[in-house]
Design a protein around this ligand. Sequence first.
Ligand code: FES
Ligand code: MG
Length: 591
Amino acid sequence: MERQSVRPFRSRDWFADPARSDMTALYLERFMNYGLTPAELRSGRPIIGIAQTGSDLSPCNRIHLDLAARVRDGIRDAGGIAMEFPVHPIFENCRRPTAALDRNLAYLGLVETLYGYPIDAVVLTTGCDKTTPSGIMAASTVDIPAIVLSGGPMLDGWHEGELVGSGTVIWRSRRKLAAGEIDEEEFLKRATDSAPSAGHCNTMGTASTMNAVAEALGLSLPGCAAIPAPYRERGQYAYETGRRIVEMAYDDLRPSRILTRDSFLNAIRVVTAIGGSSNAHPHIHAMARHAGIEIEPADWSTYGYDLPLLVDVQPAGRFLGERFHRAGGVPAVMTELLAAGKLDGDCLTVTGRSIADNLAGRHATDREVIRAFADPLKEQAGFLVLTGNLFDVAIMKTSVISPSFRARYLEREGAANAFEARAIVFDGSDDYHHRINDPALAIDENCILVIRGAGPIGWPGSAEVVNMQPPDYLIQRGIMALPTLGDGRQSGTSDSPSILNASPESAVGGGLSWLRTGDVIRIDLEAGRCDALVPDDEIARRRRDDPIPPVPPSHTPWEELYREKTGQLAQGGVLDFALKYRGIAARTPRH
Ligand code: FES
Ligand code: MG
């Protein structure tokens, strides 16, 4: 007897529409090319897409080219038919002018594929930073059953007996290079040693953060996010993920049934506890908006800021992905939060069970890496949401504030958590690189480095450039970090407590557009304020008389379209017009 699905599979509209046998024949015949039979495609079994994000241009996700075989095994064993297809490549480190352009482009392409082809459910292969949010955004728009399969991080990197983590080693080695402690060859060696195997960044950068977020949202099998790419469990999870998506197809377990405001608040909490990437901020807003869920900037303060840092992984801590996985990974962190009453355990997940059910028996097995809630690495370790006359919303990742930075800026006598600094303003990163060592700027420890023209419209795409390092002469004097501020982002692997993602950005007339070098900026973390101490009438005069600082022209058709249609980072930097298309799989496309 044929197994019944909760609602008819949409693929039957292609392969078994009695009213259009002419079209059905046309749809069927070309799949025979690679050996499928009409009987299989007409058997009533679900067609399961495997959204393949791995390729030679996406080395972080390339493991998925192999893992797909195990996903297919799982799909077949559970009674589905697999169809693998490519997703627009996204490679964070290599895509110029920035990979941020690709998140919305991969999203658009995936929506068209999932909607326009006979796909009943999908396995989203994820890894490198934006492959996770783009896939989840698309799955929400189309709203067919979807499950996330992380490719996993690389093995831990080692250099001369010291752990070196991807990305983080670059920022740290750059400072050593500027200080004259290492040469170019040593710099390259440290970088390559940080990447010893297949997989994505082994630090708690944006890739590991976003895969943890997917797991916290209930979109992947529990324990999936942190398994290193080369470990045997990775292939086993690929198989189980393939099996599970077939059940989800029969049960019609769609993203709209899993994603709720509570599940997104859980994700915000997990980001704090793991010391996650500042890029989780725009990506969580983007995924929530595509899921039709309201997340406010204040939610990061209300639900995330007061939580402690529990995970001792770079850049906020010491260790890397292998130790994190062996310590229990994301489920162990969620167990700590749940037991402390800081997680909603009722949220539904891809397993068909609740978060709390999934976590039963999962606990930390290495307290050096995953700390108990009562014994954290840092209290109040979430993102601080700031506002003021320079922007409506910006965030600061407090878990990476170093003791020396804290002592210099935040623990001064009489003004705890507040300081003033003279702005040095750069128009984009070329300007920064040309002028940062210019003695005429007289940069000292009382300065704040500001970069503008780095947001979604300005760059375009929004660049990871806000973690600017001080001039070489300050580094040589032992001043490793200055306060920084900008309308761009920074790498999730960065250990800089920058004020970033400032929205609205300079290119659309945000406050940074009228800021001038020499203006004094007051930052008050207690009050959540960041203001230029410039009188209102002077601001009005500058706004009236001075043009907005210019940004480079668009160089490709997509850059132009992106600039036309993309919103600000505080709202997730999404294509706003796309939000109204949620749930489109309910109507199959016309023949
Ligand atoms: Fe791809 Fe970090 S560069 S995961
Ligand atoms: Mg990045």
